[in-house]
Write a protein that binds this ligand. Sequence first.
Ligand SMILES: C[S@@+](CC[C@H](N)C(=O)[O-])C[C@H]1O[C@@H](n2cnc3c(N)ncnc32)[C@H](O)[C@@H]1O
Length: 300
Amino acid sequence: MPAITVSEHIDRAVRKVDKSTAIDHWDRNLGRYDAEELMTEVLGRKLTRAVLDRVLDSTSKQRFAAMVARRVNGEPIPRIKGHYAFRGLDLLIRDGVFVPRASSELLAKEAIRVLRRRRGQRVAVDVATGAGPVALAVANEVRDADVWGVDISAEAASLGKDNARRLGLRNAHFRAGDLLDALPRRLRGEIDVFTIHPPYVLRRDLKELPREIREFEPLQSLTDGSDDGLGLVRRLATEAHEWLKPGGVLLVEIGTYLSRKTQATLRAEQLVDVSWTKDDLGVTRVVSGRTPRSNARTGR
Ligand SMILES: C[S@@+](CC[C@H](N)C(=O)[O-])C[C@H]1O[C@@H](n2cnc3c(N)ncnc32)[C@H](O)[C@@H]1O
């Protein structure tokens, strides 16, 4: 059999990934992006012309074939690689914990913007933190802020801790618990910003999800079981008055189709200056609201 070049291995993989029914083919070049990303991971170098024209050695060939088979079966690329780049941070990824998405970079960016405008000791809390992408990016870019990530999943909190340790981010802390249960009580009334990328898929929509999400992400990372997808957001908006400083900000990353309902939810919970922003990806929006400057509910 003639020797096959790196470029030809990629072309063959593209054809396989393109045919997979387990994957959401939201971009017609997805198969190529995926195959190139996996080959880059295998070779540990950029795919220059010289690299593409090379014949692949047998160890790399086997590794690449195994990775492509996993992708064709629907496994998300970051899970196959075991790591994911988020706002310049290389994050570890593990089974049982939601894979971070590029769309969440906007949530981190907005939180960083809020914190940079505020003075004194600043505190940020990322609720439903997963592997901790938002909390870690905020801790990295606002080094003197105290940043907390909380998640109901013990695996998620443990992965967040491992990521913080690996990245040397001593201002990032992770705890496991329902909503805010695991936060130290001393943080009540001291928080500048809450971020949340909640599990917002409607219960009835779960079966419509592509296999790469339905079978590879933990159920509790996809839905909170509520009929409108906003159960967790509503609970956090209610609690926000107790935990945020007066004028503190709540930022919610949500599917574009839920943006209006999310805004209505924040207003119903007496948050003010409710608005939204989006980035070029256009898949999600960040809805924001803040507590009033003087808090009638808490008397502060
Ligand atoms: C869509 S994932 C987002 C993870 C992470 N913020 C990210 O963007 O990669 C939602 C997360 O919510 C967590 N979660 C679900 N119910 C929760 C609850 N009641 N309290 C805290 N976290 C919860 C899940 O474990 C999951 O990690």
